[in-house]
Design a protein around this ligand. Structure first.
Ligand SMILES: Cc1ncc(COP(=O)(O)O)c(C=O)c1O
Length: 445
């Protein structure tokens, strides 16, 4: 028996609930990215977004939300950020795609290399997976080896088989592919060492994010790079989330380490589709025309140089250089973390709810009455925040989150955590409406 008012009695989701059926009928998974799927949100509250501005979005029922983790962490400057839109629009008027490279490709490449200073060459793609998968292919070609070592604690590197084969959703992937990817643990250098010994001269590369929620300890990144080089493997950093967030130059600049290859995407386009594979000339040039080794078919996409996305990326990079984007994200994250931590203390939720990660990339851990990670409690938190106008699968901030947005979010979190406290004491079933959310990577429905 649910005692709190049903969420749909507070905000109306009438239009969204009607759209949900059509989404499910037309699109496998009910959307084009699993992380945005219905199973990731409370059952009776599936807002479909119609428009966004800054860090605010409006759904099909005209409900307004303060949004976090915008565009799966891609939109760091805010939705419909004028200088990016304007640059992209202006470029569109000159055409989008030609039979020969456009000059803007060079302009964008040189600008990127002036920011990611450890890289000597760069090639653009559209999705992050284009870049990480190209890095893997290049590493395999460069080393003449087949195996790949991926960081076990980092949840996603690519939509392609070399990575998806490590998840529970590995249907359709040949077992021969699965045998080629192995996992290592972050901050555990002995574990990587052991892998290199178990598979002598077989591991082409190691790939990881510079940092996720746990920072490198004991000089892990530098030791890992050295270990890779000792064993003839390529050291790859996935900068999809760290890039243009931890630091304008990514986690590699933040941690002062130069990878052999790195992959950027997300924030580089502020919602426009662009990714980048960057790295050492000695490796990258295998995808080029000026060497005598066997040639590598490296990132050759019809839309790879779509000029209005390159214009968007140029405007993004210019904004990062001229405005305090990174500093603001860190500051606003700190402000929000402090507010939430105060609430956690006040409501005696230590050990049940925890703000984790760097201020520029906060997530909230939700645990049950036994302090175990809990999907029902996560769902309850989402339910109670969404119904109050905050859409926060994470608390990853953007440059657009101002003090007022952060403080309002703090109030909403306070109210949501009051319900969370009661649910811990009285049972989550009493407050949760509908089924809990589920992990994206699972075998069956
Ligand atoms: C760390 C990381 N690497 C790679 C990717 C893949 O990027 P995309 O979805 O643009 O292909 C993602 C996407 O979420 C990611 O978070």
């Amino acid at each position: 028996m649910v005692q709190s008012p049903r969420p749909e009695e507070v905000l109306s989701f009438k239009q969204s609930l009607a759209l949900q059926q059509r989404f499910q009928r037309a699109i496998p998974g009910g959307g084009h990215t699993y992380a945005k799927g219905d199973d990731q949100f409370p059952e009776h509250m599936p807002p479909y977004i119609v428009r966004g501005k800054g860090c605010h979005v409006w759904d099909a029922d005209e409900n307004e939300y303060i949004e976090f983790g915008m565009g799966l962490r891609a939109v760091t400057l805010g939705h419909a950020f004028e200088p990016v839109i304007e640059a992209s629009r202006a470029q569109m008027l000159h055409g989008s795609n030609f039979v020969r490279p456009a000059t803007i490709e060079l302009e964008c490449a040189e600008e990127f290399l002036s920011i990611v200073t450890g890289a000597e060459m760069v090639k653009f793609g559209k999705n992050g997976s284009d870049a990480t998968s190209a890095a893997i292919k290049l590493a395999r070609a460069y080393t003449g080896r087949d195996m790949v070592a991926v960081c076990a604690e980092h949840p996603f590197f690519s939509v392609d088989d070399w990575f998806i084969c490590t998840t529970a959703m590995d249907a359709g992937i040949p077992s021969a592919i699965k045998e080629l990817t192995v996992k290592f643990h972050y901050n555990n250098i002995e574990n990587v060492e052991e892998l290199f010994h178990r598979y002598p001269s077989r591991i082409a590369c190691v790939i990881l994010e510079p940092e996720k929620e746990v920072p490198p300890q004991n000089d892990f990144l530098h030791k890992l790079k050295d270990l890779c080089h000792t064993h003839g493997a390529v050291f790859i950093l996935d900068e999809m989330i760290n890039g243009f967030r931890w630091h304008i130059g990514g986690g590699q600049a933040f941690h002062n380490i130069i990878p052999d290859l790195s992959a950027f995407g997300k924030a580089l386009g502020n919602g426009f589709s662009i990714s980048a594979l960057a790295g050492k000339r000695e490796i990258m040039r295998l995808g080029g025309l000026d060497h005598d080794r066997e040639r590598v078919f490296l990132l050759s996409l019809t839309h790879g140089a779509e000029s209005h996305s390159l214009a968007a990326a140029l405007a993004v990079m210019k904004t990062y250089k001229s405005e305090p984007v990174v500093e603001t994200m860190w500051n606003q994250g700190k402000r929000l973390a402090a507010i939430i931590e105060k609430t956690i203390d006040e409501l005696h939720l230590q050990g049940f709810v925890e703000v984790i990660g760097r201020p520029c990339a906060l997530v909230l851990a939700t645990r049950d009455e036994h302090r175990k990670p809990s999907q029902p409690f996560r769902t309850l938190f989402l339910q109670e925040t969404i119904r109050r106008g905050v859409l926060a699968p994470s608390f990853v901030v953007s440059y657009a989150h101002n003090d007022e947005d952060i403080d309002r979010t703090g109030e909403v979190v306070y109210e949501a955590l009051c319900v969370y406290r009661k649910a811990l004491d009285e049972g989550v079933g009493k407050y949760l409406v509908g089924r809990p959310v589920k992990p994206v990577f699972r075998k069956y429905r």
